[in-house]
Each structure stands twice: as C-alpha cells, then as structure tokens.
Write a protein that binds this ligand. Sequence first.
Ligand code: ZN
Length: 502
Amino acid sequence: MASKSDVSGLGNLEPAAVWGFFSRIADIPHSSRKEERIRQGVRAMAQEHGLSVREDSTGNLVIDVPGSPGCGNAPITVLQAHLDMVCEKNADSAHDFDRDGVSAIVDHDAASGKQIVRADGTTLGADNGIGVAMALAAASETEVTHGPLELVFTIDEESGMTGAKALTPDSFRGRRMLNLDSEEDDVLYIGCAGGCDTTLSFEYELEQPGGDVVACRVAVTGLRGGHSGSDIHENRGNAIKVLVRTLLRADHHTLQVASINGGQLRNAIPREAEAVVSGPPETIETLRAVAKTVADDVIRESAEEQLSISVQPVPAGDIPAVLPPDQSSRILATLAALPHGVLAMHPGIEGLVETSNNLATVASSLVDGRRKMRVEIATLSRSSSTSQKEATVSQIAAVGKLAGAVVRAGNDYPGWEPNMDSPVLSTCRGVYTRLFGEEPKVTAIHAGLECGIIGERVGGMDMVSLGPRIERAHTPEERVFITSVQKSWKYLLAILAELARG
Ligand SMILES: [Zn+2]
C-alpha cells in the first residue's frame, strides 16, 4: 500500500498524450448504459483536434482520421475500444459512480514492485479507458505516422455488448482492426469464444409425502466458483453436480424432491447448491455416509479444500408436498447427464479451451396454486467454433428432450475463430519481434470479446486484440502498469507506421 507521499497525479507520466486523455476520461462518470457524458466528452476531445465524429443511434462513436502526410492512400485501420466501465467499489467507499469522476493514483504494485495507476477504493476504468486514450492519442499527436484511421468506440461492452451488436457493414469502412481491450502486453489475441444459453424446464404435479418418511436438507457450500469461461479449465467443483452426485449415490428410487436450488448466474460456476428431500427413515444416515465419501472424492479430484456437504434433518411437517419418486429421479438424472466443464481443446492452439459448458443454475418453485413444481435448469455453452457450439447446444437439448423437458435456447452470440494466416497478425507479430527481440504470445481467450460480434455483424474483418497490462479488472483493485502503457504505446505506433506503408 502506498504512503500518501507516493501519491501524485498523472501529470508527469509518459506518454503524456495517453495519460492526458486518460485522466480526462477518468474525470467523467462513465458506467455501462450511462455513457451520455463520456460520449460528449470524447466528441469534444476529438473536435479539439479537428476530427469529425459520427454517432450511431445506439451511441457508438466513429471518428474519421485522415492519414498523416504521405500516408493518405494506405488502407484504413480501425482502432476499437469501449467507452463504458465496470463500476465496483469497496464497501467503505463513498464514491458515487453517477456523479464522481474516478481518482487515479500513482502507486507501487506490492507483488511486483512496479509503478501502477490505480483508483481510490473503486474500479479505475483502465478497462477500457486506456484503450480509448491510446486511440485518441494516436489520432491527435502530429508526430505519429499512420494511414487513414477510424476510431470506433462502442458503448455498453461490459453489461451486454449492445454497442457492438448494433454495428452493421456500413458503420465504418475499415476492415483491418486493432481492438485495444486486452490486458497483457506480450500477448496478441486472435480469437474468442461465442456463447449460447439453454434452459430446460419441467413442471410436475406434487404429492403428499408418505406417513413414515423423514426429510432433510442437503447443502453443498465452500466451492470456489469463478468465471464460466476463463476459469472453466481449472476443473473446479460444480456445486450442482456435487449435490446430485450425493443424492444419486444415496438412492434414486425412493428419494422425493421437495426443492432443489443451486448456482446464481449463468456465467458463474456454481459455488453452492441445496436440496430438500424426503425418504425412508434410514435416508439421513445414508446421505451422511455418502456425503462424506463424495466430499472426499471431490476434494481429491478438484482441490476444493473448503467443500462442505451437510445433511440436516427437517421436520416432516415443514414439507407439505414433494415430487413423486419417478419425477424426482428424472430431475436428478437430467442434472447428472448434462455436460459440465471443458468439452474440447482447440486443435491448433495449445492450452486453449475450444468448447465448454457451464451447468449454471437449477431453481425450483411452486406454481399453479402450489399444486405443481417447476424446475428450471440453465446452462451456458461456449466455443470459438460455431459448429461446436451448435453441437453442444443440441446435445443439451437432446438430454432435455429425453427427459421430457421444455427446451429453449437463446442469447446466441458468435465467437471469433482464430485465423493464423491473418495479415494484421503477421504485421503485429513482425513488429513486436523487431521492437522487443522476442516473439509475442499468440492465443485466444475462452470468453466473449467485442471482436466476435464485430466480425459477425460487420463481416470481412481482419482483427487482432492487444493492450497494456491491466490486473484485477472489474474490482476495486484494478491497476494498469505504467511501463506497460509505455511499451504498448511504442508498439502501437510501430504497428501503425508499418500499416501506413500499405
Ligand atoms: Zn474491457
């Protein structure tokens, strides 16, 4: 942590043009879906440099930048970044993201000792303010050599990608693009995953529990959870799977489900799940024994040291109705059959997950005057391959159909399939190696990027994503590394000079 004497403004940092734009952006509140002020602010910054700005009906900005002298005939290069930021703050912060600009502070990163810029108890918005600032600096600094540029600044990347989704083939003319929204300065991203949601729903009549049954609550807690894209390869425990494994191992012919719930968000690996079930008198003892076995197995398999599976009796009088045994076992069997985790690795890029599925949530509720139970199961499938994504969704739908569920798929968005023969990639690679004396890493991420949507909506795009090192984005610990901004700026200028040659 910095002592107060370490704290200074951004005024002395290099490159001055990038930090100048960044601090003006940080001063303007700009949370997702509230981009009016940042749109006006960025318009004003561009107009100060005599650049013309177009705004589409969604609020995306496109800024036309003529080529520098002698470079006016090169093909257009698109520099793309997003205007919005994630607004997270510490519980004790009085910051109001609707009213206050972010206070950017120069500090040292405790882990690496390197100089960073962070905020004061809030997200910084270097994701993606630093990308917007680099694009504006490249467009406005007279000593930068570049061909014609289009700066494309989208809205609402963080909460729905609605800006990118509104782009069309006519939104801008350039077809080679540098996206400035990635967070490692020695990596070029050339692909990302698309996704599709699937929901299975069941509705069954309830019945009264029998006379000599006992009831209990089985709760799975203590798992790590995580992002369903970027953490899926870590084989973390899925609380719904652990719960179902426990119940099925105890018995699947006599257990009757009174409720079953687990997971919270479609894009998070479920950390907690619980079911209330009834069964013959020995049920609680059996469940406790198998819970211990299953917990030991999962801790060994998935390094989930904090996992707990508890089995607590519930007064039978608290359970007015349960699903019949057949339907109970059908729900549990469906949850057991649905895929979860990594389904395929990319054949051409070592270590990249190509296809995965997150068995994300299960939720039961009473409907129809409490005569019936509705059970909804939600999954999120991701793949950088459109055909693999479709195959995964159809596999999930097939499980649902076999089980008699109503199946709905939606919110389908495209991935960005890596193109190892991309001309922009070849330029970026060559320039990096020449400047820094080593090869950049070239990879893709198993999560969504605007490039996937832009590639589909605009068509014919040749794209690479790059940017300076940012850590802990989307948290109040967000930080951008100052020497990395210098490195990325130097790199961007060299790429633009190279692309200006044709
Ligand atoms: Zn971002």
